[in-house]
Design a protein around this ligand. Structure first.
Ligand code: ADP
Length: 715
């Protein structure tokens, strides 16, 4: 594994750790938030309990104080007081009945003398009159400092029901104690006050000084009287404390949020409490839901993270595999290219090697042909020559194919008049066609003098091949039609249609494969199987196309298409018709043109026809050019860069290096218009760089600039 591929994996685990750390922080903060929320909620419930406890305690105190005031008001009545003073039971009974009837909740009102002996009550209890009650807790309470007193709960002597006694000392106008008025209040009355008070998710209860239940919603009757003395909050109340607390009930182990308040005027205590778990249920639910959501989120994130890491790893591995595969592919391609180059190299070399002995074999065979030979030997020589020329054609085509494939085929594109090229090719195949009574028809309508950009010789080669095939693969007496198509803008097409057997569509893909003759070799038709392959590659090398359509039994149409261009000769012609008689346009001198392309040489000849004083020397090989330069010392050398034996740059260097040619100005003519090439040649000593296709006016200006004006006026 390369370090470059390891980095993202490392990066992803850092990312994962980062995400997990962030998650933990979020979870921690959420937990703190909920803990705080929980605490506040608990405090709020405690405060709420306390508020309820305070108000209920105040309410009970106010109610009992009301009763105290009521008893005091009755005891203040003159007649009643007199009756109490003299223990006039019948008079006292009137007032007691009134009191009882008007305020039934007060229970049974009664009267004792200051020593606590009962003497009157309503409803009457004659059986108890005269009974001393000084041992009762209420008597002890009221007699302690002779103030109104509310007793603890006790079981009534009459029916055993729990009651409390409200006792009030009664004094005469002089303030002397004359008796005690009391009311045995059933707990039912207090129950009636407190039952409607509801504490959400909790309840309240009231205890007396001993911790006995005064009020409890469900625990009633004598059985529960002493129950609560052991309850922790009640114990606090008994110790004189009040406040709020979270306490655990020793009986049911339930934790409760409690508020406990004392009622100082009555000596009782009140507790408001709620089950902690019930009070905080909704917040617990909230926390549970949040925790569940959080958990789901964490699991989802973890899953996503792991999926991301896994797919990242998979992508990385896939990328590595892909890289590996594309490297292998590249290597295979390089290997194939190398093999292809080697093959082409081999073919090229072999062809060169074959051509040399073949040339001499053909040369000697031709010599033999001119010697006096027997008819039989003459025929043998003809066979040798025929076989040799076939072999030579084959070798040339193989060489061309190899050159195209290695990108070393030198082309000299120039504007070529299409009809001219076609006519020339037709004239070459005409004898063969005539031999077989095949007519070649040409329709050049609308094409006229239009030009294509092509290497003239190579275009000729293509056309010749198509025409030769149209004749070769035709039947005797058949037809060949030549037409043109200029419907594609910027392109010209020549179509060669024959009336031969046609080519089955199954064979079409094999048509352009070198050496595949589609069985023609068995039909005794001469050929190499290279012509179409080479023609198509040549057309493509000239930015053109070569295609075919064919119908079996009707014939085939091969067409070649090339880019259209403006005619150079037309502009040359335009220059030529410009009046050219000015004395300063007359030049004398010798011009050497080193160029291997015959068409270019012809073109320059025509251009220089406008400068009759200029003598033109031409060399189609570099070595000959160098020789001519030294022998004739021309005034100007025009140098093509694409020469068969030496690169143009080398020719320039040799001209510059030799003392006799050093001073001769050299202008480079080349189709290569790249700035780097132009700079190299100018740096190498060229005086000018003229790009092809040649501009006649420019070239003449260059000639005029270098050559001296003629002393002879033109005629
Ligand atoms: P060659 O003619 O030397 O065999 P080519 O490359 O020119 O090679 O053609 C390849 C094959 O295509 C020929 O052998 C022939 O079978 C077929 N062919 C070419 N031109 C025609 C045509 N005009 N009509 C029918 N078949 C043709």
């Amino acid at each position: 594994m390369t370090p470059r591929l390891a980095t993202p994996r490392h990066g992803s685990s850092v990312l994962l750790v980062g995400v997990l750390a962030a998650l933990l922080i979020v979870i921690g903060m959420t937990a703190i938030f909920y803990a705080r929320f929980f605490h506040l909620e608990r405090q709020e419930k405690l405060d709420e309990n306390d508020a309820i406890a305070s108000s209920v305690a105040a309410f009970i105190e106010a109610q009992e104080q009301g009763y105290v005031n009521l008893l005091a008001a009755y005891a203040g009545r003159f007649r009643f007081r007199e009756a109490i003073k003299h223990q006039d039971r019948s008079e006292a009974a009137v007032h007691l009945r009134q009191l009882h009837d008007s305020f039934p909740g007060l229970g049974r009102p009664f009267l004792t003398d200051p020593a606590g002996v009962l003497w009157a009550a309503y409803p009457e209890v004659p059986e108890l009159y005269g009974r001393p009650l000084a041992h009762r807790e209420w008597y002890k309470g009221v007699s302690r400092d002779w103030n109104p007193y509310l007793s603890d709960v006790f079981a009534s002597a009459r029916d055993g029901n729990p009651v409390v006694v409200l006792a009030l000392p009664v004094r005469d106008v002089n303030g002397h104690l004359i008796g005690i008025m009391g009311a045995a209040q059933p707990l039912e009355e207090i129950r009636r006050w407190l039952l409607p008070i509801q504490v959400p998710t909790g309840d309240l209860y009231v205890v007396d000084r001993k911790g006995q239940l005064v009020f409890h919603r469900v625990r009633t009757g004598p059985a529960h009287l002493a129950d609560y003395a052991q309850v922790p909050v009640v114990q606090r109340l008994l110790a004189g404390e009040e406040g709020v607390a979270e306490t655990e009930n020793p009986v049911d182990q339930q934790v409760r949020l409690s508020a406990y308040r004392r009622m100082p005027t009555l000596g009782w205590g009140l507790v408001v409490q709620r089950e902690k778990s019930a009070a905080l249920t909704h917040i617990r639910t909230l926390i549970t839901i949040s925790a569940a959501c959080g958990l789901i989120l964490i699991v989802a994130l973890a899953w996503l993270g792991m999926t991301a890491v896994r797919s990242r790893r998979q992508v990385t591995e896939a990328l590595a595999a892909l890289e590996e595969r594309s490297r292998a592919l590249q290597e295979a391609r390089d290997e194939a290219d190398r093999a292809n180059r080697a093959k082409s190299e081999f073919l090229s070399r072999m062809s060169h090697e074959l051509r040399t002995p073949l040339n001499s074999a053909m040369g000697f065979a031709q010599l033999l042909q001119t010697s006096p030979l027997s008819a039989e030997d003459q025929e043998s020589v003809e066979h040798i020559l025929k076989g040799g020329s076939h072999l030579l054609g084959l070798i040339n085509e193989v060489l061309d194919l190899a050159r195209i494939e290695t990108g070393r085929l030198a082309l000299s594109p120039e504007p070529v008049q299409l009809v001219d090229a076609v006519t020339a090719a037709v004239s070459l195949v005409q004898p063969l066609a005539t031999q077989r009574r095949i007519t070649i028809a040409m329709e050049a309508d609308g094409i006229g003098s239009r030009h294509v950009m092509a290497d003239r010789q190579r275009l000729q080669q293509i056309l010749l091949n198509l025409l030769a095939n149209a004749v070769k693969y035709n039947h005797d007496g058949g037809e060949v039609h030549l037409t043109y198509d200029a419907s594609q803008p910027g392109r010209l097409r020549v179509l060669v249609r024959d009336t031969g057997p046609g080519i089955p569509s199954a064979n079409m893909p094999r048509l352009f494969i070198p050496f595949d003759r589609l069985g023609a070799e068995h039909r005794g038709i001469e050929g190499t199987g290279l012509g179409l392959a080479l023609s198509r590659r040549l057309a493509e090398a000239m930015d053109g196309r070569l295609e075919v359509t064919s119908t079996v039994g009707v014939g085939s149409t091969f067409w070649v298409e090339l880019p259209e261009t403006e005619s150079l000769l037309d502009s040359h012609e335009a220059v030529a018709i410009v009046p050219d008689g000015a004395a300063e346009n007359r030049r004398d001198g010798v011009l050497l043109y080193i160029e291997d392309n015959l068409s270019n040489v012809r073109l320059l000849e025509r251009i220089l026809a406008r400068r009759p004083g200029v003598k033109l020397l031409t060399a189609m090989q570099a070595s000959l050019g160098l020789e001519l330069a030294q022998q004739h010392l021309p005034d100007l050398i025009l140098l093509d860069l694409n020469l068969p034996d030496l690169p143009g740059a080398e020719v320039l260097a040799r001209l510059r290096a030799h003392p006799t040619t050093r001073h001769i100005p050299v202008a480079v003519l080349s189709a290569d218009a790249t700035p780097g090439q132009i700079r190299r040649m100018l740096d190498g000593g060229a005086m000018a760089y003229v790009t092809k296709p040649l501009e006649v006016a420019k070239l003449l200006a260059l000639v005029d600039e270098v050559l001296v004006p003629s002393s002879q006026p033109s005629v």
